[in-house]
Design a protein around this ligand. Sequence first.
Ligand code: ZN
Length: 243
Amino acid sequence: MAIFLDKEHMVQAVRDFSVQVGADLVRLKVDAKRYTVVCANQDCGWRLHASVLPDKVTWAIKSLSEPHSCHRLEHNPMAGIKWLAGKILDQVRANFEVPCQSLVDLVLDKYGVTVPKSTMYKARAEAVKEIQGAHDESYGHLHIIWINEGPANPLTFKRIYVSFDAMFKGFMKGCRPLIGIDGCHLKGLQWMLAICNSPRWKPTNFPLAYAVVSEESSDNWDYFFRSLRLTLATAERMMDFYE
Ligand SMILES: [Zn+2]
């Protein structure tokens, strides 16, 4: 008897299974206690029944008919954009521009499902959206560290400045007394990264400090320069300023 952490986990497993065996499933009985699906092909007779266990959280597959053997679907409607996005998340996280063709090959190899390139293009965009949503959430948590404006003000990321002790020591010991400063927009994010580099060995740059800010503004540049001045003035310990 297969056991699942919760209903969502179980439904996801059934969906993966249906894609793998190339079947379109129809939900027969679905409520808080039961989940029964059958093959959309009425001549097939394949059926799966799952129900919730007495703890009302864990689900189990109680019965499963013979191995599914009817005609395999070439384009499975169960393999929708959301489903695909979930399956390619790791590849997209490693490279937002991973070629759609290699993702098409990946799901064909792993799940035996053929997906049009145009569908995969949408799935990749959906995966990027999910990953960036996670970034938004992470930066939201950062804000909690240094500002507590009360429940009336929604928490949003503002800015962070970082210059570690090792960066300063490296600058003092291995770099010429010259500092170059530049900013750029972070790919896929609305925030700007300001980096302070001290070139020593061409063409290498040595980072002395950096900041991530919500937008490019004179206020944020002012913050960056004030923080950098503090780094240069008090360099004995690790610096990590929040504001
Ligand atoms: Zn079938």
